[in-house]
Design a protein around this ligand. Sequence first.
Ligand code: ASP
Length: 436
Amino acid sequence: MLKVVKFGGSSLADADHFRKAAEIVKAESSRHYVVPSAPGKRFKDDDKVTDLLYSCYDSANLGENIDDAFEKIENRYRDIIKGLGISLSLEDEFQVIRDSFMHKAGRDYAASRGEYLNGLIMAAYLDCEFVDAADVIFFREDGTFDAERTNTILGQYLREHDRAVIPGFYGSMPNDTIKTFSRGGSDITGSIVARATLCDVYENWTDVSGFMMADPRVVDNPMPIDVITYRELRELAYMGAGVLHEEAIFPVRFAGIPINIRNTNDPTAAGTMIVPDAPVGDRIVTGIAGKKGFSVITVDKELMNTEIGFGRRLLSVLERERINFEHLPSGIDTMSVVVATPVLQGRRDRIIDEICDMLNPDSIHIEDHLALVAVVGRGMKAAKGTAARVFTSISEADVNIKMIDQGSSELNIIVGVKDDDFEKTMRAIYNEFVGG
Ligand code: ASP
């Protein structure tokens, strides 16, 4: 049995959490490779070290004095080292980083130091090899992640090292500068290491015991999800279910490796298993997730259905504007495109003009304040009447459905409702399928 374990920032925020994380690593001899994040928040209004690094670097870039800001960062690490009682000194590292800030080494470099320093501490505390992610995780010239080169070099390196700590979140560009993934990207590093080692399980340790069936800020005490497939998770994550970085599933999915989301503060809880495939469990619905803040562009034109290329021309306007769309619900003489509202900012009139030029429609309008709610479950394909239950529960909550979309995979039903009805809709669906 071989496991890759990744710890999130809240699991490494201070010495106490560090100790818990190290105990978890040592509790099973199968836990060979450790991917740490940067120290996260210790309490609600605390700062994440990554955020401190970004703002400190920005100040340095503006030529401002960074003495206090930089010392605050150093102290986070000094406190951890002192609390752990190890003899490691990071003072030389601090000096190098500080100098690099003054020499404008780049924002990504700055942010990556959070994970880098935490990795050095973790390796010292566990007494195992430290591998700088810059030497084994690679990006291409255009900034995209180079999966194959990374997999070959990282895989080879790790085959030669039985145990190692690989800091999350960053890698290197062909010109040797540092590049980070997007925020929360240590999850991606964990997944890349899991793929490279072909491990049995990728354990992702965080501060919750896995995924819940709905957002606990909206639904009281939602049930945990024990098992979820990659595809279901993708649907839920896309619609806003947090916990894991959206892109983290791709490397492990490629290799068919399960991800186990676990809670550092409750290590006996089984957490959520994310697997390539799973039989349908007791529930038809695996989870419900949603987001507010969408807009619908609706174009009407009589006899649209007879006009060849209508849809292509409509979408070509968005393509030219480099806008991606979420859904494309259409009727016989009407076609709508659902987009995230912020992407329209400052260019609504231009988009309307372009669509008028391209399509000569009878009418066109943009409606804002749409929320999308996705009901996801691998059991939905075989169960008749699921859609009826979703819609009935929403109508009984006195909510008007503005849009319906069932993915052709039959894995999800997505409904659009007014932003104001979002919470009500989530609760109504949850109560229908799980009980209130
Ligand atoms: N430290 C980075 C962030 O705060 C990456 C991570 O924690 O995964 O986004």
